[in-house]
Design a protein around this ligand. Structure first.
Ligand SMILES: Cc1ncc(COP(=O)(O)O)c(C=O)c1O
Length: 425
């Protein structure tokens, strides 16, 4: 089928499944097809309202905003934590809005990684987001352990995805903790959280899930699936804003927990202002907070989580799967002859929210797309990532974006760009 026919098919799908009302909730960058919400979600009107309200309260109340105002700041991390709990399938006290992704992983490692001579290995995957590996190796070093012996990286057979059997094989009896991605940031492969967690538990290990690319895209049932701990950012699908506060989940059975890195915001709220010399930790995941939460980087999240609450993760996932299936099918049809390969798994359960197209010229193609009004991103060595968002992307946008990509590669327009890979976003 030609691109034009795909665009017609896409607009038919949009007519059947109108998201105009939802789309109006978002402040989308002007005059572009925004397919990078899996890196940085756009602002929402409701998020902006909550940000402006917080600033107005600061202006009006000063320090009194900690205790008064519409959403008292003192309890904001817990309030947002309870909203996040709905998105990740958890009890309210199991989730706290705090820190950032990497910092929260440091807290997880400081709290839950307790190596012994028999059980000292941390399992991660060779495709992991590098920051996770930096955090892990720094903790091994703090314990005086050698990464050669105590870090087991699950290798990828194809350079993009992980095989179930390789994940399971890594979870041997010497593993203390596995740190694994819910959805791989490159290929968008979704791992089976419940099954992998059960396999780790069967071998006596704990699992910490990096859910940065899963949260807001994939339904999660962290409580029911007996997930030990999870950490994630909120600036991707959840549209919390650049540098938004992160999220941390600790299963009830690990609560109360003594934080490995303690600070006064981890206190039991009723005791925090006793200012005692010893920490009286919160009974919930809040115990893992350290210092004062960044309120202005948290406020917009309230607005986007309200939208998520109204729509629900079932609808989000259903639409996301239809979008990614459409994208992958069209890409296979119109781009395969131009050297592209869809490296995101085709099985729905094994897909996250974005689709990865591998091409040797991915970096230049990504730049050429941006100059033509389509915002994707590039991930080394050869991936163009396209992240439709089920709450605002239309099928027609997906089809038009691929049509632009097709035009670029057909005309060789990307070859006018210098080689090189540096790219933020
Ligand atoms: C999967 C994953 N893990 C960790 C990080 C690091 O996040 P942060 O900069 O919030 O620490 C990112 C950032 O995009 C990510 O995608």
């Amino acid at each position: 089928m030609r691109c034009g026919a795909w665009i017609e098919a896409a607009s038919r799908l949009d007519r059947e499944d109108d998201i105009k009302d939802l789309r109006r909730e978002f402040v989308l960058p002007k005059a572009v097809i925004y397919l990078d919400g899996n890196s940085l979600g756009p602002l929402t009107h409701r998020g902006l309202k909550h940000l402006e309200r917080t600033i107005a309260e600061w202006r009006r109340l000063g320090v009194l905003g900690w205790q008064s105002g519409e959403v008292p700041w003192f309890h904001l991390a817990e309030t947002i934590g309870a909203m996040l709990a709905d998105v990740v399938g958890a009890e309210p006290e199991e989730v706290i809005a705090t820190g950032q992704t990497t910092l929260n992983l440091h807290q997880v490692l400081a709290t839950f990684y307790r190596p012994t001579p028999e059980r000292h290995v941390i399992v991660a995957d060779a495709l992991a987001f590098p920051s996770d590996l930096y955090a892990i190796t720094s903790h091994l070093a703090r314990h005086g352990l050698d990464a050669q012996e105590s870090l087991r990286l699950i290798r990828s057979r194809d350079g993009y995805t992980l095989a179930d059997e390789d994940v399971r094989a890594a979870l041997a009896s010497d593993v203390a903790l596995a740190v694994l991605p819910g959805v791989l940031f490159g290929s968008g492969q979704a791992l089976r959280v419940a099954q992998v967690t059960a396999a780790a538990h069967a071998s006596g290990a704990l699992v910490a899930w990096d859910l940065s690319h899963a949260v807001g895209a994939v339904p999660l049932a962290l409580h029911q699936d007996e997930v030990d701990v999870a950490f994630f950012c909120t600036y991707k699908y959840l549209c919390g804003g650049p540098g938004a506060i992160g999220g941390l989940f600790v299963h009830q059975r690990h609560l109360p927990v003594r934080p490995g890195m303690a600070g006064w915001f981890g206190s039991d709220k009723a005791r925090q202002f006793d200012m005692g010399a010893e920490l009286a930790p919160s009974q919930g995941a809040g115990a893992l907070q350290v210092g004062t939460p960044p309120l202005l980087s948290a406020a917009p999240l309230i607005g986007s989580l309200e939208i998520y609450r109204e729509v629900g993760m079932v609808k989000v996932r259903e639409r996301s799967l239809r979008q990614t299936a459409f994208l992958a099918q069209m890409a296979a049809d119109v781009l395969a002859d131009h050297g592209f390969r869809v490296v995101t798994p085709s099985t729905p359960q094994a897909r996250g929210g974005h689709v990865a197209l591998a091409h040797p010229e991915a970096a230049r193609l990504s730049r050429a797309l941006k100059d033509r009004g389509v915002v994707p991103d590039f991930r080394p060595p050869d991936i163009v990532r396209l992240g439709p968002h089920p709450l605002y992307t239309t099928f027609e946008e997906i089809a038009r974006a691929l049509s632009v990509l097709c035009g670029i590669v057909r005309d060789g327009a990307h070859l006018a760009y210098p080689e090189g890979r540096e790219e933020i976003g």
